[in-house]
Ligand binder design. Structure first.
Ligand SMILES: O=c1ccn([C@@H]2O[C@H](COP(=O)(O)O)[C@@H](O)[C@H]2O)c(=O)[nH]1
Length: 273
């Protein structure tokens, strides 16, 4: 089944919220775990237990696993497998970007059908050119998975580069949106998604873009569900607001974590309905 059909199914069953797994040292400590690979493993197991089969889409932040080297990557592999085997979609937040065969190697790691890191989708950075992402987009389309390209990120530091305009007055972020729409039109599918932060008005014209939009910034970065409705005024079936710390702070008990995710999910659904 195509990525977007799987995504639509997950959203219909569980709502649009994307729950982030960000095992910060501070959260490991707050959960009574060491800042060690064993702590990372316990944290991730608790997340899998709480979210697998109970949340539509989960976004592990790859950096928090990479910091432990190969042992951390092994934890990430088990986390991805545990979530996916329960039918929860995994969007790995790896923000990869490069050229040619290197980018293709990244795509093979995150989207390849036999890769131990195989995810349903991966985040990509377009700052070597949206065209340079072709190997990942093509691989995603071939392997029924998706990519989310950074357009207008949730952090204030992104503004200067993303709102810079070309001689025709088109901003960098708008160029990314337009290119993503062009890719999807060419593929006849919505393989290419965008990342557009929920923390401020994005100033983008997304009317020609029908793919999924990941909207990070909910909760810990200050965005509220009411902001979602304002920033993304057209009700969007595939708007995926994401929240990590604001849900994870309720751990480590499985019931508390799951209840927090469901509370935020219900708030999101109410605000966007
Ligand atoms: O524009 C972006 C793109 C990615 N992120 C990532 O999302 C989570 C946010 O975590 P919170 O705890 O909900 O703030 C984190 O992994 C970021 O790297 C983003 O925040 N903004």
């Amino acid at each position: 089944m195509t990525w977007v059909r799987r995504l639509r199914g997950a959203v219909a069953e569980h709502g649009r919220l994307c729950v982030g797994i960000d095992p910060h040292p501070g959260l490991l400590d707050a959960w009574g775990l060491g800042d060690t690979v064993d702590g990372l493993g316990s944290f991730s197991n608790a997340c899998v237990e709480a979210f697998a089969g109970h949340v539509g889409i989960v976004k592990p932040q790859v950096a928090f696993f990479e910091r432990f080297g190969s042992a951390g990557i092994a934890v990430l592999e088990r986390t991805i497998a545990g979530l996916r085997s329960a039918g929860t979609l995994v969007l790995s937040d790896a923000k990869r970007g490069d050229i040619g065969t290197t980018l293709d190697a990244y795509a093979s790691a995150w989207l390849g059908s036999t890769s131990p890191l195989r995810s349903d989708a991966v985040t990509l950075s377009p700052y070597l050119g949206v065209g340079a992402l072709a190997p990942a987009i093509e691989r995603a389309a071939a392997h029924q998975s998706g990519v989310f390209v950074l357009a207008r990120t949730s952090n204030a530091d992104g503004t200067a580069v993303q709102t810079a305009v070309d001689s025709g007055g088109v901003s960098v972020a708008q160029h990314v949106v337009d290119e993503a729409a062009r890719w999807n039109a060419g593929l006849g599918d919505e393989t290419v998604g965008l990342v557009v932060g929920a923390t401020r008005g994005h100033g983008l014209d997304v009317t020609a873009f029908g793919g999924p939009i990941l909207a990070p910034g909910l909760g810990a970065q200050g965005a509220t569900v009411l902001d979602l409705a304002e920033i993304f005024p057209d009700t969007r079936e595939l708007l995926l607001p994401s929240s990590s710390r604001d849900i994870l702070r309720y751990g480590p008990a499985t019931a508390d974590l799951r209840a927090a995710a469901h509370r935020v999910r219900d708030d999101v659904e109410r605000a966007l309905s």
